[in-house]
Design a protein around this ligand. Structure first.
Ligand SMILES: [Zn+2]
Length: 225
C-alpha cells in the first residue's frame, strides 16, 4: 500500500479536477462540457495518460464536474464512482439541485441553469457509505459529504481532502474559504464539514479557489452557527 500518494490539481478555467497519483491513478471530477483537450493536457502534464486511469470519482452532479465524463467513458477503462444520487443524475445528464444561498447565487442561477446539462453516462460504483480506496493501493476513503447537494462526496487521503464544492473560494478572494453559494441542505453541510475535520484533515482542496487550511474551514463552520 502506498500511504502517501501525490495530489495534482488540474486547473480548468473556472473549475478544477484533481488526480491522485498512487499505484494506479485516480481522477476526481472531469471539468465542464467541451474541456476534453484541457483535461487530457492536464493529465499529461501530471504524467498520466488516459489509458492509465483506474477510477474516476465524481464529487457531485453539477456540469462543471461531470462535463467530460461521457468522453472519459469512451476514452478510458476507468470505473466511475459516485453517490447513488449522483449516479441517478448521470444516467439522465441531469444537474443535481442548485439552490442559491446568497444573492450572487440567485443572480447567477439563470446562467448556471443554461449550462446545467451534460452528456449522460452510466456510473459503475455507487458509494452509499465510507468506501476505502485500499483496492487501488491508496490509504484513503471516499466520504459522503452532502450539503452543497445531497449527493456530494469527498476524497480523504490522510491530511488532505479533495472536497468538490463542500467549500469554495470567496468571490474575489479565492484563497478564503466560504460556504458554497449553492447550498441544498445547510445542516447536512455543517455535519459534512465536521466529518471531514474529524478525520484529521489539514488541507481542503476545492474545485473553486483554495486550497484552504483546516483551521480556516473550522472558523467558517464556527461562523456559520
Ligand atoms: Zn457544485
Amino acid at each position: 500500500m502506498n500511504g502517501s500518494p501525490t495530489i495534482t490539481r488540474i486547473f480548468l478555467g473556472a473549475t478544477s479536477a484533481y488526480v491522485i497519483k498512487g499505484p494506479v491513478p485516480i481522477l476526481i471530477d472531469s471539468g465542464m462540457v467541451g474541456q476534453q483537450a484541457m483535461l487530457r493536457f492536464g493529465l499529461r502534464r501530471a504524467g498520466i495518460e488516459l489509458a492509465d486511469l483506474a477510477l474516476i470519482v465524481v464529487t457531485h452532479a453539477h456540469s462543471d464536474h461531470t462535463g467530460c465524463l461521457a468522453w472519459l467513458r469512451t476514452s478510458t477503462d476507468a470505473a466511475i464512482a459516485c453517490s447513488r444520487e449522483t449516479m441517478d443524475d448521470l444516467t439522465k445528464g441531469a444537474s443535481a439541485c442548485m439552490k442559491p444561498r446568497t444573492i450572487t447565487g440567485r443572480l447567477v442561477l439563470p446562467l448556471l441553469s443554461r449550462v446545467a446539462k451534460y452528456p449522460a453516462v452510466e456510473g459503475d460504483v455507487a458509494v452509499d457509505d465510507v468506501m476505502t480506496l485500499a483496492p487501488y493501493g491508496i490509504d484513503g476513503v471516499l466520504l459522503p459529504t452532502p450539503g452543497h447537494t445531497r449527493g456530494c462526496l469527498s476524497v480523504v487521503l490522510g491530511g488532505d481532502a479533495i472536497v468538490g464544492d463542500l467549500v469554495s473560494g470567496k468571490l474575489g478572494r479565492r484563497n478564503v474559504p466560504s460556504i458554497p453559494m449553492l447550498l441544498e441542505d445547510r445542516t447536512a453541510w455543517a455535519e459534512s464539514v465536521r466529518a471531514v475535520l474529524a478525520r484529521g484533515v489539514q488541507r481542503f482542496h476545492p474545485a473553486h479557489g483554495g486550497p484552504f487550511d483546516a483551521e480556516r474551514v473550522a472558523d467558517l463552520l464556527e461562523g456559520a452557527r
